[in-house]
Design a protein around this ligand. Structure first.
Ligand code: CA
Length: 253
């Protein structure tokens, strides 16, 4: 009983006041390491540094108590994309913030497709890095555990993966097989930018030389069905990147 009360109190408090959150920084440039480490230590985090991709991956696999991983893309031994993919292959769900020197859409999409949760283009301000970290940690703690794993939900939209029934505000939605697969994938990946290519691969299972326009077409079909009766938009367009399933009022900083 006592233990139960204690657990609730801890869960409702800001964890920074109780223990230092551990972050893993995988970065090879000493100047960048020094600035980030100093800044984040001052902000109350405990930072472990890995100077190359292989060491970073090993640390992430061996020590699963990190709250977040900051991962540079251009790294010796193993690049950041490979490290990210390897971490996700091991089903480690720790939020990953990728640092990229190349801010092109192509590079950002590659990072997000490899399993990163967010990215920051170099050079960046320390304050921005800290804000992104807070946002990712908040997102992680906001993820409501799904008690009935067959039921996927966001806002007032639910999808029962056993009966394949979709409802919005209690009203049934009739979906085609493709619309169902698309909605299921979106609901299984809330608050994540999903590129058209990723959606194409995951939902249609065809190679990505296929025109990604088909994704936009089906997103529109889905929107028409789930937004009936003026329900607010849940499938957000992320300009130049893809789509994100989230309620409009959620923070995406
Ligand atoms: Ca680097």
């Amino acid at each position: 009983m006592l233990l139960g009360i204690l657990t609730i109190r801890i869960a409702n408090s800001n964890p920074l006041y109780l223990f230092k959150m551990k972050l893993l920084l995988i970065e090879d440039e000493p100047a960048v390491v020094s600035v980030i480490t100093r800044g984040l230590t001052e902000a109350g985090y405990e930072v472990t540094v890995a100077p190359d991709g292989a060491t970073g991956l090993q640390l992430a696999l061996d020590n699963r108590t990190f709250s977040l991983i900051i991962l540079d893309v251009m790294l010796p031994a193993l690049n950041g994309i490979e490290v990210c993919k390897a971490i996700r292959r091991e089903e480690i769900a720790t939020p990953i913030l990728m640092l990229t020197a190349l801010g092109t859409t192509e590079n950002i999409v590659m990072g997000l497709d490899s399993g990163a949760d967010d990215y920051l283009v170099k050079p960046f301000k320390l304050a921005e890095l800290e804000a992104r970290i807070r946002s990712l940690l908040r997102r992680k703690s906001n993820t409501t555990p799904v008690i009935n794993s067959a039921l996927l939900q966001i806002g007032n939209l639910t999808l029962d993966t056993d009966t394949k029934a979709a409802t919005r505000a209690g009203n049934n939605i009739q979906l085609t097989a493709t619309e169902y697969r698309l909605l299921e994938f979106l609901l299984k990946n809330p608050r994540r930018v999903l590129s058209r290519m990723e959606l194409l691969e995951q939902v249609w299972g065809i190679d990505f030389n296929m025109n990604t326009k088909v994704v936009d077409v089906y997103i529109n079909y889905l929107r028409k069905k789930i937004n009936k009766n003026n329900q607010p938009e849940l499938i957000q367009t992320v300009t130049g990147l893809g789509y994100m399933m989230k309620e409009n009022n959620e923070d995406t900083a």
